[in-house]
Design a protein around this ligand. Structure first.
Ligand code: GDP
Length: 195
């Protein structure tokens, strides 16, 4: 995918702020620190468009990025941050649920998990939620550079088994350090973009 333009549009706190129109949206979800901002930056060839790390807490907004003036990346706030209060967690759940279930522009969700560890309970919940509502999923296993190549398949197997991944869903091995999986991720995303 050639990135001609990529710009941050809005941190939306309510439905009224989501962009108008019918352009396709690709959402990105994962626990805090999984490498979601790094993934966005890598795919868009930007060093710092999505802010990376050390910002947990203040993330109850959907961040919209407008790409090639034809579709959006929607950065969903990371889940599973230990210090989040119950109230914040409930607010997060409500917002995400209403976005994921009530947004016809949403074409698919990129569900990011850390290749180093078995997916967390929250990762499993998210994946099951998406499957339940028949929202297409691309699983991206991040930080592959932190695992020796010889162990990739073993770790991928744990990811697939823990999530009980539908064999039809793509699972992309990714590293924002080396760029591994970038083209494959774009290929999968492009299947959801009508031209
Ligand atoms: P987010 O909270 O999900 O947006 O995660 P970030 O993109 O901010 O990444 C969290 C931390 O993991 C940062 O210190 C990143 O530099 C690091 N990180 C993210 N992706 C990778 C990766 O593919 N490889 C390595 N080695 N580190 C990564």
């Amino acid at each position: 995918m050639k990135i001609k333009s990529a710009e941050f549009i809005i941190s939306a706190v309510s439905k009224a702020q989501y962009p108008e129109g019918n352009l396709p949206e690709i959402a990105l979800a994962g626990r805090s620190n999984v490498g979601k901002s790094s993934f966005i930056n890598k795919l868009l060839n930007r060093r710092n468009l999505a802010r990376t790390s050390s910002k947990p807490g203040k993330t109850q907004t959907l961040n919209y990025y407008f790409i090639n003036e034809s579709f959006y990346f929607v950065d969903v706030p990371g889940y599973g941050y230990a210090k989040t209060s119950k109230t914040e967690r409930a607010a997060w759940g409500k917002m995400i649920e209403s976005y994921l279930m009530g947004r016809p522009q949403l074409q698919c969700v990129i569900s990011l998990v850390d290749l180093r560890h078995p997916p967390s309970k929250d990762d499993v919940l998210m994946y099951n939620f998406l499957k339940h509502y028949e929202i297409p999923v691309i699983v991206v296993a991040t930080k592959a550079d932190k695992i020796p190549r010889g162990k990739w398949q073993k770790h991928l197997k744990v990811v697939k088994e823990t999530l009980d991944v539908d064999p039809r869903d793509p699972v992309v091995l990714f590293s924002s350090e080396t760029g591994l999986g970038k083209e494959e991720a774009w290929q999968e995303i492009q299947k959801f973009l009508h031209d």
